[in-house]
Design a protein around this ligand. Structure first.
Ligand code: ARG
Ligand code: ZN
Ligand code: CA
Length: 274
């Protein structure tokens, strides 16, 4: 927002648009077929290990397809009874179009988007208005990944994922070797916020998810409660928390509606939904 002041207005407008979509959804007035997202994976490497295999890339695409269609094998793992009925099948599929590979002499990249710019040694996105671009590289400062929310510049649109937290095979390393960094980042890319709202008992703009004190790490105990209003059990198994990959396995119905709003006519990613 500091670099692009118009973004605040765009994000506020999208929040209003999303609220209207949610109202329509409540009244059963939206009907959505499965949306297919073409994906281009951009790999930046200095070492052979960083030049990840096609099998590792496909393993990440497979995780996205399972997690966004409720076919992940852990979908029926523990969830507090209060949320048993909000687990969602989002209905978005992902198809790998191409892999773009580029050698670099950079040891690591930061969150300044240089990996997305050939003028900075990176790789420009391919057709970003109708393709999800994923950059896979070595990131500094223990960052697992980051994403651009809807409404930003198409020149930098997409998600970035640390090569050792990408997919389920090859260089992927526990506890981030189940592809959930990809699921989490794509969640941001379709407008989901962190479940704790990036503040103490903050707001993620999703009605059916409970307030959390803060991010959860590792794998919290069953029944773990927040001290926020109502002391609800926390939904730490949600993809938009910070738990380990094996401890996140669901999106909520409210998150699904929020995501689908961006693909609706007039939404910022409508061009993905012809
Ligand atoms: N730090 C990243 C973000 O906020 C990703 C966290 C992913 N967590 C995981 N268990 N894979 O976007
Ligand atoms: Zn995040
Ligand atoms: Ca909420």
């Amino acid at each position: 927002m500091a670099a692009d002041p118009s973004l605040r207005d765009k994000m506020n407008a999208l929040e209003q648009f999303t609220n209207q979509y949610e109202e329509k959804a409540k009244r059963g007035l939206v009907q959505q077929a499965v949306i297919n997202i073409p994906v281009v994976v951009n790999v930046l490497y200095r070492t052979a290990a960083e030049n990840i295999s096609l099998a590792q890339i496909q393993s990440q695409i497979d995780v996205l397809n399972r997690d966004f269609n409720a076919t992940n094998t852990d979908f029926n793992s523990y969830i507090p009874a209060a949320y048993a009925n909000i687990k969602a099948n989002v209905g978005v599929t992902f198809t790998l179009q191409t892999v773009v590979r580029k050698a670099t002499n950079k040891r690591s990249w930061t969150t300044n988007d240089d990996m997305k710019r050939s003028s900075r040694g990176g790789i420009n996105p391919t057709s970003p208005t109708n393709t999800l671009n994923i950059w896979v590289c070595t990131l500094s400062n223990s960052i697992l990944g980051y994403a651009q929310f809807p409404g930003g510049s198409s020149a930098t649109d997409g998600v970035v994922i640390l090569n050792t937290a990408f997919g389920t095979t090859g260089s992927a390393r526990a506890p981030f070797n189940l592809g959930r960094t990809g699921t989490h980042e794509v969640g941001h890319w379709v407008n989901l916020r962190h479940i704790w709202g990036d503040a103490t008992c903050g707001n993620d703009q999703v009605a059916d998810t409970p307030p959390h004190n803060t991010a959860n790490y590792g794998c919290p105990a069953q029944g773990h409660r927040s001290t926020c209003t109502g002391t609800p059990e926390e939904l730490w198994m949600n993809y938009m928390d910070y738990t380990d990959d094996r401890c996140m396995y669901m999106f909520s119905a409210g998150q699904k509606t929020r995501m689908l709003a961006v693909f609706a006519p007039g939404g910022p990613r409508a061009s993905f939904n012809p």
